[in-house]
Design a protein around this ligand. Structure first.
Ligand code: SF4
Length: 683
């Protein structure tokens, strides 16, 4: 083995920063360096990117297939694992049918792995039960933007931050979660852009903002409707854009006619004059862009909140031009790609509807086998059905729902109720601990493929070291499992062959191949005969649905407000030094040192009333569970509100969170639930 350097992409967040990895010639990655001329990261990486070496280090990696023997795992061969899993799956399919089995793919895996996962589900298992963690982050984005604009993705590019007059950051905390982008927002602000932040917490960007609308959690729609009212009643809307490109304006206008800023002040907690100022700054700018995150989507009103934001951008004509748009900040490195690949129960690759006979027939013909026809279950639908005894087997890779999904006790019970759980992972996660079989997976540094970042840019990743032990890429073991089950529909000899098949069936990827991705620092979809160089800005001339559909929506309160028994409202957040379930970022001693496990942010007023000391131990109880952690006393949360990250298995906030769901997408309300907090004796 020789030492080598390869160009690749950071495996953490959806910004998709470019980096080089160096191997030491002994099978280890020994160096990380930012790619100086990368079009997004511009020669920068955040602490997580710099620490990616730790995420994939051989320590604690799973090297061989493992099988549960009562309370422990024993090493078995790949042949034995595949033969036994295949027999199990076939028995369950025979006894209970394809609705009883399903696949959870991974927003951390490549497009090739995700394409293979949904093909395995639909053409081998014959089920549409396929999903991934977008369910609990941006499924409302996919549904809401598709409803209004016809396409569920970021409309513009990150470089537009330097070409705009007003940046609105709504329900997102980019300096923590998308740090390189967060830095670019600060740079744009310092260069003269107006910054408006809408967030219940005083985030780092809120401290720098020209206007901070510190609303109560879950009151987004009330606030946006008041902004719409103010803009329309002052005639600040873009009449030409609306006349030429939108339907539904008069219904929208009538819906917000009486929703003045003052009328929502009590609901939102934001003073009317501040809402008026924000409405004027946003609507009267020549170019203004909205960036949003899970402070919009993770509510029972998530889809309607996305729709309301799209309405706001449309009536101001802030779409289809540089420096504008409505721009969801996708969380994980390839969550956009996993959605694009059709790892959702209702769509095939390229968002082709799974319930349309034409789609089913097209993919059946292309794949040379029958495909699933019955509607599929979401990830939370699968765990719910497992508890009812209607769902029996799940194949899961690169996700840890026991830590990341709401109501952890319910999720754990559901996994224990399944007859077969197969988990492919890098390390032993909380979900893997419940598995019947654990398969050793290859990391991003050990395989070829592509990731699609939040601005729809499809970028190549390249292997710098071989996988440890017997670890394999996900599409490779899925293909081997399909073969063990007697199916030849997954039949590729390389990642490039998987990509080429996927691109031929996915209209927005049709013009891409590994060569042109390499030549161009990746390409942004749609990339096809009409746009061979890809598309930096969507909707410049028209929307995929022709004219945009302005859609009136109504404010709906959160499902579980604070009450006498549970007097504080808990919201969840993420931290700069950690990522997701922590299985990658917590392997870094540098990142771990910065934020010790568990933390509850609480306002000084509440801390004083509850006799809670700074860093003192606290117990937090909701209707679903109880955890113990430490208090961080800070004015960054309002009185009555507490906040916790979900990265730490020692203090899992998802023991507490609510499973109430957005009716359209089944997104759980992770951003608000009622809790009681008590001070514990100091140890
Ligand atoms: Fe990686 Fe995101 Fe940090 Fe960029 S901003 S280095 S993609 S974690």
């Amino acid at each position: 083995m020789h030492s080598r350097v390869v160009k690749t992409v950071c495996p953490f967040c959806g910004v998709g920063c470019g980096m080089y990895l160096t191997s030491d010639g002994q099978g280890n990655v020994c160096g990380v360096a930012p790619e100086q001329d990368h079009p997004i990261s511009l020669g920068k990486l955040c602490e997580k990117g710099w620490s990616s070496v730790y995420a994939i280090s051989p320590d604690n990696r799973i090297h061989h297939p493992l099988k549960r023997k009562r309370d422990r795992f024993v090493t078995i061969s790949w042949d034995q694992a595949l033969a036994e899993i295949s027999t199990f799956l076939q028995d369950i399919l025979e006894e209970s049918g394809p609705q009883a089995v399903g696949v959870i793919s991974s927003a951390r895996a490549t497009n090739e792995d995700n394409y293979a996962a949904q093909k395995f589900a639909r053409a081998v298992l014959k089920t549409n039960n396929v999903d991934h963690c977008a369910r609990i982050c941006h499924s409302p984005t996919v549904a809401g933007l598709k409803q209004v604009l016809g396409s569920g993705a970021m409309t513009n590019s990150t470089k537009d931050l330097f070409d705009t007059e007003v940046i609105v950051v709504f329900g997102a905390d980019p300096t923590e979660n998308h740090s390189v982008l967060g830095g670019q927002i600060i740079e744009a602000k310092l260069a003269g852009a107006t910054l408006i932040v809408v967030d219940p917490r005083v985030t780092r960007l809120a401290k720098l903002a020209d206007i901070h609308l510190q609303l109560k959690p879950g009151t987004n729609i009330a606030l946006i409707n008041a902004l719409l009212h103010e803009i329309i009643s002052n005639d600040w809307h873009d009449r030409d854009f609306i006349d030429n490109r939108c339907d539904g304006f008069y219904a929208l206008k009538s819906n917000v006619e009486k929703i003045t800023p003052e009328s929502v002040a009590e609901i939102t907690g934001v003073d009317g004059p501040l809402i008026r100022q924000a409405a004027e700054r946003y609507s009267r700018a020549n170019r203004a862009m909205i960036l949003y995150g899970m402070g919009i989507t993770q509510f029972v009103s998530g889809t309607n909140s996305v729709i309301a934001l799209a309405d706001l951008a449309l009536i101001c004509g802030h779409i289809g031009k540089p420096g504008t748009g409505i721009n969801p900040l996708r969380g994980q490195n390839n969550v956009q790609g996993a959605c694009d690949m059709g790892c959702l129960p209702n769509v095939y690759p390229g968002y082709q509807l799974a319930d349309e006979v034409d789609t089913q027939q097209w993919f059946a013909a292309a794949w040379g086998d029958d495909v699933a026809t019955a509607p599929g279950l979401t990830s939370l639908g699968m765990t719910k059905a497992a508890q009812a005894g209607d769902f029996r087997a799940q194949i899961l890779f690169g996700e840890d729902p026991v830590v990341t999904d709401p109501d952890q006790n319910h999720v754990r019970a559901a996994y224990k109720a399944m007859d077969l759980l197969v988990v492919a992972e890098l390390t032993m996660t909380e979900t893997a601990k419940l598995a019947d079989y654990i398969l050793p997976a290859a990391s991003f540094a050990e395989k070829a493929g592509t990731f699609t970042n939040c601005e729809r840019r499809v970028q190549r990743i390249n292997p710098v070291i071989p996988p440890p032990g017997e670890a394999m890429g996900d599409w490779q073991w899925l293909q081997a499992l399909a073969e063990a089950m007697g199916s030849r529909v997954l039949n590729w000899h390389s990642s490039e062959a998987v990509f080429d098949e996927m691109a031929s069936l996915t209209p927005s990827y049709q013009g891409m191949n590994y060569q042109n991705l390499d030549r161009n620092h990746g390409l942004q979809w749609p990339c096809n005969a009409n746009a061979p160089q890809g598309t930096a800005i969507l909707h410049q001339q028209q929307f995929p649905i022709g004219r945009a559909r302005l859609t009136p929506v109504h404010y709906v309160p959160i499902d579980e407000p604070a009450d006498e028994l549970f007097p504080l409202l808990l919201t969840t957040n993420r931290l700069h030094f950690h990522y997701g379930c922590g299985s990658m970022s917590r392997k870094s001693p540098l990142l771990e040192r910065e934020t010790p496990p568990g933390i509850l942010f609480i306002n000084p007023q509440d801390a004083s009333a509850l006799s809670i000391q700074l860093y003192g131990p606290v117990g937090v109880r909701s209707r679903r569970g109880y955890i113990e952690t430490r208090a961080m006393i800070t004015e960054d949360v309002q009185p009555g509100l507490v906040s916790m990250p979900y990265h730490f298995k020692e203090a899992p906030s998802n023991q507490l969170t609510n499973t109430a769901q957005d009716p359209v997408t089944k997104m759980p309300e992770l951003k608000a639930c009622a809790v009681a907090v008590i001070a514990l004796p100091v140890d």
